[in-house]
Design a protein around this ligand. Structure first.
Ligand SMILES: [Zn+2]
Length: 251
């Protein structure tokens, strides 16, 4: 398990840290690295141990992680997974979501597959920033696309204050346009995970969110069957809604 590995690592004499272990850590998920205490740098600066020490010092700082993709690509699930892992390690976390998104539960982030974690609904990025406690180390944010552009500044300030900010959200709206603060957050993040869904029509890599009901609103919330994930070939923002299309239930 990542947590146990990190503890073992920090307790390990630096001289015993092998090249292989450094390679494993470099390739590991960023969230796996932060629990290890940085060992003191000593001896050959080019050694595996020195490289590891420098890497862990960097990992000790705050950063921004973004999980972006279309609907049905498991973004919230991935956010919940990362937050839950910090919970298990007893790292203080807080998760926020925009008050706009009220599906399933008011004070939780719930994925389509019904995983959940506690979440505080906030109306805007300013309130979010003011709601982060000093002791909080990890700040989760779901549905980032529904926040105002100030979310970029909020995330940057939090990361600068040593917090790990994890934002999940749609990168493109149903018209195929960049969505809210997500594009700039992706540019300013240390780690970006691009999630793909399965195209509802052909099973290919779903990059886009296709609206399949008529509405001029940018957001149609809680409308079951209003959206599908589509691949590059099947996505058509000007598609005439086909209400009679036999749809697989969204999962
Ligand atoms: Zn397709």
């Amino acid at each position: 398990m990542p947590v146990a590995e990190s503890v073992t690592l920090s307790d390990m004499p630096v001289s015993k840290v092998s090249e292989e272990r450094v390679r494993q850590i470099v390739q590991s998920d960023p969230a796996d690295r932060r629990l290890a205490r940085p060992p003191a740098v000593s001896g050959d600066p080019g050694s595996a141990a020195a490289t590891l020490a420098i890497m862990l010092q960097r990992a000790d700082q705050g950063w921004i992680e973004v999980i972006a993709g279309p609907m049905f690509s498991g973004k919230s699930e991935e956010l919940i997974r990362r937050i839950t892992r910090y919970h298990i390690a007893r790292v203080p976390t807080q998760t926020f979501k925009p008050t706009l998104d009220d599906r399933y539960a008011d004070t939780e982030v719930v994925s389509h597959s019904r995983l959940s974690t506690a979440a505080e609904p906030v109306p805007d990025s300013k309130t979010l920033l003011g709601s982060v406690a000093d002791r909080t180390v990890v700040v989760g944010i779901d549905e980032g696309q529904f926040f105002d552009q100030g979310l970029v500044r909020a995330a940057t300030l939090l990361a600068g204050a040593g917090k790990r900010v994890i934002v999940a959200g749609l990168d493109l709206d149903y018209r195929g346009h960049p969505f809210g603060p997500m594009p700039e957050l992706m540019l300013r993040a240390e780690y970006v995970t691009k999630s793909l869904a399965v195209c509802h029509r052909c099973g290919g890599p779903g990059l886009f969110t296709q609206r399949v009901v008529s509405s001029d609103e940018l957001v149609v919330l809680g409308a079951t069957g209003a959206y599908q994930a589509r691949c590059r070939r099947c996505y058509n923002p000007s598609e005439i809604p086909q209400q009679e299309l036999a749809l697989e239930p969204a999962t």
